[in-house]
Write a protein that binds this ligand. Structure first.
Ligand code: FUC
Length: 806
């Protein structure tokens, strides 16, 4: 039951009911040592009975800028290391100088439905130079080699999500060894501590290695270094220089660096600090001194005892992680190793696995997207390759945005800061692309970007000529405002939104056939609408997704400009343009039309994993079962026609779609499928396949959308609660309008909850059955326009208790 005995936004101190209470007391207690007491008691743990044999079994730690995959080996421990600015190549302007001259002809060919000719011309003239962007790359490995027999017993490896610490423990040659690894945001180092239950029993050698062009050396009495430079790519020379340092401090025994090898002998316990730096200062400047960065962080951290480093790390992490608790019920399955739980394929009898997945998504976001540091890319920050899938870049026609879907509702808006930094960069490089390729003002970004903030179309015209990526990103700035009401940040972000609007006011074209204002050239991401001259063509004018995105962009601009009293001259132009966009239309199969025209045949029957024309259903709310029932019916039909093909991220998107359609069984089915071994690796990384982190974040968002929605000016409690979670609770989820919500339910219905109002806005609260709302025990005065809805004014800082009506 929800009680008043816990502090807002802080560490929860008392129970939300039996099951939730055990989660909280086992994990989120202020005392890290107590929390560590017994990991078996802590269901927010990923754990395994054997070392990782493959990368997808290793456990990720990260502090935003740095990441490591921890294998938990006994004879050899492998730490695969990442630093988030190591991109192949160097600062580069991708814009095509030939694009602008070709643009009128491409547009004309599109008006004439000469798609193949249009797409070919775009391939020749309109793509970036080079036409592929640079990969994000691995830094290297640190291997720890321990002498001893091949035998070991009592092995356990775990990742405690409540503290963001991995631990491996085993008995070898009669000695119990324990090794903890974490990545500290406050200290900007990765910390490894190895202890043994017998004095003098810790002996190992540590050495760096890397597939990058690199060298290793001693860098002091107890320190080794790896120096390297990122790889060449696409005719661009690798320019990001980096350094990693590892320093050991031992209690008892000896430590020395011998060349590139660190030798620890006969120690009682060892703390190993790993620091990394690069020469990347910005997308335009790689002139930094990596050694200075690595040395600065290492020097500072070396002066702190292990206990202090751990305490600071846990406190910093829990300040974010501890804001949200969730309990979806529990079963005997929680006692099984995590990989076995996934292999069972039975989410129905293991509801806690969904809660673990939800919290793992929050863990991954905190670990891969923190300041200082860059935005979470396709693999967050974790990548073991020089040539990762899709270059581990930022794909902004869905994947990058999906990474940030859970940030605001799951109470982690701070993790959006690196994304906002990325958007600022893109507004700069994208202004050049707007000028060079379109002769337009403002800024534009197409479907991909990289460390060099490429904004020109890339890959092939089929995939790349899509000018709406930057506009979608701008809407994350607006969402931040909707959740937080932070006007100061909105003012800071406003020029980015305005710049995107300027680009579209300059480039939108009146379709000579329909009179609508449309994008041209563009496409519905990665979906062909015709075979033309033997080629699959996607190029078109005014695809539905563009229109939906621009409707929200212009709307956000108009509202922001009104709130801030800025850019009044542009406001009316944006309003007029918005009214001339193509509306979302229903096609001949009863589906949401993906394009302006209701193409027949294969186009309407595409089984693509991209479902871009439902952007208006989620993340937007232009399609809503209550406000636009006909479009909602067409959205449902669209999902049925599209089928189940797709990547992890596509399944994750479908959870969110079905939740927005208020269809709990369908949403839950997609969640169950996402948690199958085909889509969830043993370490719970999402599988496209291969690993791509967006599905983790989209899944976390989907679970949130099943429990709480806040759009269309109302807050809806339990909008799509599946039968598998009849009783449960959450606390700390956020709703648009500045509300923070705790809730407990039973028998599939709201029992009681608590709503804190940050901004003092009017609240429309929707539940399946009527609830009463009280403040300090007194009923609030509210209107009840329909059953299950109560509308009332809140006070800034007010706390409202919600209870099922007697
Ligand atoms: C788009 C998607 C792929 C993948 C890639 C990173 O191209 O179609 O499925 O997610 O981005």
């Amino acid at each position: 039951m929800v009680t008043h005995g816990y502090t807002r936004r802080g560490v929860l101190t008392t129970g939300l009911g039996a099951a939730a209470g055990s989660l909280l007391t086992s994990g989120l207690a202020a005392d890290p040592a107590r929390a560590a007491r017994s990991a078996t008691d802590n269901p927010l743990t990923l754990w395994y009975g054997k070392p990782a044999a493959a990368w997808l079994e290793a456990l990720p730690v990260g502090c935003g800028r740095l990441g490591a995959m921890v294998f938990g080996g006994v004879a050899t421990e492998r730490l695969q290391l990442n630093e988030d600015s190591i991109w192949a190549g160097g600062p580069h302007n991708y814009d095509s100088p030939e694009a602008l001259a070709a643009l009128p002809q491409i547009r004309q060919l599109v008006w004439e439905d000469k798609w193949q000719a249009a797409q070919n011309l775009a391939d020749q003239k309109f793509l970036g130079r080079p036409s592929e962007q640079a990969p994000y790359q691995v830094l290297g490995d640190l291997a720890l080699t321990f002498p001893g027999s091949a035998e070991f017993t009592e092995y356990r490896r775990e990742l405690d999500l409540t503290r963001a610490v991995t631990t491996v423990t085993y008995v070898r040659d009669g000695v119990r060894h324990t090794r903890e690894v974490f990545a500290s945001n406050p200290d900007q180092v990765i910390v490894v501590r190895h202890t043994a239950d017998k004095p003098g029993a810790v002996t190992f050698q540590a050495a760096f290695s890397s597939a990058q062009s690199s060298t290793t050396a001693a860098a002091g009495k107890a320190t080794i270094a790896l120096d390297g430079v990122s790889g060449d790519t696409q005719g661009m020379q690798g320019e990001v220089r980096f350094q990693a340092l590892a320093r050991a401090e031992a209690k008892g025994g000896t430590v020395r660096a011998d060349g590139g090898t660190l030798i620890v002998e006969g120690a009682d316990e060892v703390t190993l600090l790993i620091s990394m730096g690069s020469s990347y200062r910005s997308f335009k400047d790689v002139g930094g001194d990596p050694a200075q960065v690595a040395e600065r962080h290492l020097g500072r951290a070396s002066r702190r005892p292990y206990e202090v480093l751990l305490r600071k790390h846990v406190r910093d992490y829990q300040r974010l992680f501890g804001r949200v608790a969730i309990d979806l019920g529990t079963s005997a399955a929680v006692a099984l190793p995590t990989d076995e739980r996934i292999a069972r394929k039975q989410l129905d009898t293991d509801p806690q696995l969904a809660a673990l997945y939800f919290q793992y998504g929050r863990y991954l976001l905190i670990s891969s997207s923190r300041s200082p540091g860059y935005a979470a890319n396709l693999q967050g920050v974790w990548n073991d390759s020089l040539t990762p899938a899709w270059e581990s870049k930022y794909t902004i026609n869905i994947n990058c945005e999906m990474n940030y879907w859970p940030a605001a509702p799951a109470n982690l808006t701070e993790c959006m800061e690196p994304l906002f930094d990325l958007i600022k960069d893109l507004a700069e490089s994208g202004a050049r692309t707007a000028r060079t390729q379109y002769g337009a003002g403002g800024w534009v970004a197409h479907h991909n970007t990289d460390g060099w903030r490429g904004t020109a179309p890339v890959d092939f015209a089929f995939y790349g000529v899509w000018p709406t990526g930057g506009a979608w990103l701008c809407l994350t700035l607006w969402e931040h405002y909707l959740y937080t009401g932070d006007e100061r940040r909105l003012r800071e972000h406003f020029p980015l939104i305005k710049g995107s609007v300027e680009f579209f006011l300059d480039t939108l074209q009146t379709d000579p056939r329909t009179g609508y204002l449309v994008t041209n050239p563009s496409h519905s991401p990665e979906v062909g609408h015709h075979e033309d001259g033997g080629e699959n063509v996607s190029i078109c004018a005014g695809p539905t997704m563009d229109m939906q995105i621009l409707r929200d962009l212009f709307g956000a601009f108009e509202e922001a400009s009104t709130i801030l009293r800025l850019a009044e001259d542009m406001r009316e132009r944006a309003r007029q343009a918005r009214a001339r966009l193509v509306p979302t239309q229903v096609g001949h199969l009863g589906q949401i039309q993906e394009w302006q025209e209701d193409y027949r045949g294969d186009a309407a029957l595409s089984r693509s994993r991209h479902i871009s024309h439902l952007w208006g259903l989620f993340p937007s709310h232009q399609i809503d079962p209550r406000l636009t029932p006909d479009l909602a019916t067409a959205a449902r039909r669209t999902l049925e026609l599209r089928g189940e093909a797709g990547a992890g991220w596509s399944l994750a998107w479908k959870i969110n779609f079905w939740a927005r359609l208020l269809d709990a069984p369908e949403a839950y089915k997609r969640l169950s499928n996402l948690l199958l071994p085909a889509r969830t690796a043993p370490n719970m990384f999402d599988l496209h396949p291969p690993f791509q982190i967006d599905g983790n974040f989209g899944g976390t968002s989907g679970i949130t959308e099943m429990l709480l929605q806040s759009h269309g000016d109302q807050v809806h409690l339990l909008p799509a609660l599946p039968a598998a979670w009849p009783a449960g609770s959450f606390s700390g989820l956020r709703a648009r309008g500045g509300f923070e919500i705790d809730l407990e339910w039973s028998g599939g219905a709201v029992l009681r909850g608590k709503i804190c109002s940050d901004l003092g806005r009017k609240l429309t609260l929707r539940t399946a059955k009527d609830v009463t709302v009280t403040e300090h025990g007194r009923p609030v005065k509210g209107e009840r326009p329909e059953p299950g809805v109560i509308v009332f004014n809140t006070r800034r800082g007010g706390v409202y208790d919600v209870a099922v009506s007697a």
